[in-house]
Design a binder for this molecule. Structure first.
Ligand code: AMP
Ligand code: FES
Ligand code: ZN
Ligand code: ZN
Length: 320
């Protein structure tokens, strides 16, 4: 098959767009499309200081690459989770992220959870009931908290993440199957800033996972192939499998599911729960970040629970 724009051989065929492109035209197409999504959704401008959360996976590294190619002022944030010890998952993702930053002369902030909290994520998860049931829950809440805190403390205007269409459609399916109206109300490619919370944007929300993977491969970006070992059995992966089946039967189904939701949201209101939560936000008595829970925010409360439990176990001579 030939490229739609020249005589070269096409390297990718995006059936949902009825578009086949050669390597060079594909490597141009992704930044152009990204720029259009940023503009159409009022995400940010070249005046803004942007912080991109980089995991070492393809989406966030490709996003960092594309935003810097587009001329945005964009620094990276890597959060060290301490998964699988010295040469394991986290160490390797950090090495990949640091080497990308060095190669492209980009600034990277690294924030190591163990350094700040005294324990890595797997150990912390094993010490809470919620964490033992779902190790990713303490991880997710910690990442969200740290991303906001680092962005606010360092005066960034917007925090961006590498979430792609597959991620967003899977979250939407989960929210819809359970009719989580407050989450549906807040789901979208841009979350405006509000009392103590930085503006958040997901510039890749319209790209399929295979499109960002193809860009990484064609641009020679080294990325972490492995999924987090704790992701096994996660609901989001199951939802992605279901959506892939749907997509295989009906090209463009994922894109249309997500875009139709965004269109419907313009005219439809789920409920006002989200607004009530916003009105009730107040600073956490320990870290000062906005929270709707009384006294401590969920991050401080969870980590306090972890440290207390650890202390009790040490007193009783039990190793975690
Ligand atoms: P995930 O929740 O792992 O699918 O990741 C979604 C997005 O969160 C990624 O595209 C990154 O932008 C960000 N992210 C995930 N893990 C990290 C991390 N360890 N450090 C910084 N950002 C991360
Ligand atoms: Fe955090 Fe899996 S437990 S990425
Ligand atoms: Zn071409
Ligand atoms: Zn707090």
């Amino acid at each position: 098959m030939k490229c739609r724009k020249c005589d070269e051989k096409a390297v990718i065929h995006m059936r949902q767009h009825k578009l086949a492109l050669c390597k060079n035209h594909y490597l141009d197409w992704i930044p152009k499309q990204t720029q259009r999504f940023i503009h159409d959704n009022n995400m940010f401008s070249t005046e803004d200081r942007i912080l991109v959360a980089v995991s070492g996976g393809k989406d966030s590294l490709v996003l960092w690459d594309v935003l810097s190619r587009l001329g945005y002022q964009v620094d990276g944030l890597y959060i060290g989770l301490g998964i699988d010890g010295g040469n394991g998952y986290s160490a390797e993702s950090r090495r990949i992220t640091e080497s990308f930053a060095a190669e492209h002369k980009l600034d990277l902030i690294t924030y190591d959870i163990e350094e700040h909290e005294g324990l890595d994520i797997p150990t912390a998860a094993s010490l809470t009931r919620r964490g033992r049931e779902r190790p990713c829950s303490i991880c997710g809440l910690s990442k969200r908290h740290i991303m906001n805190r680092v962005a606010i403390e360092n005066d960034y205007d917007v925090l961006v993440t590498g979430h792609n269409l597959d991620d967003e459609a899977a979250v939407l399916l989960g929210n819809t199957l359970n009719w989580l109206t407050a989450y549906l109300q807040r789901q979208g490619p841009v979350l405006p800033t509000r009392s103590g919370l930085v503006k958040k944007a997901k510039p890749f929300f319209r790209f399929y996972e295979r499109e960002t993977a193809a860009y990484a491969l064609l641009r020679g970006i080294e990325y972490m192939y492995d999924e987090c070992p704790h992701a096994d059995g996660a609901k989001s992966i199951y939802y992605k499998v279901l959506l892939n089946r749907l997509e295989a039967d009906r090209r463009g189904a994922k894109l249309s599911f997500y875009l139709s939701f965004l269109r419907a949201k313009e005219t439809m209101s789920f409920n006002s729960e989200g607004d009530d939560v916003e009105r009730m936000l107040h600073p956490c008595t320990s870290c000062g970040q906005p929270t709707s829970t009384p006294d401590l925010c969920t991050y401080c409360r969870t980590w306090k629970e972890v440290r207390d439990r650890r202390e009790t176990m040490l007193e009783q001579g039990i190793e975690s």
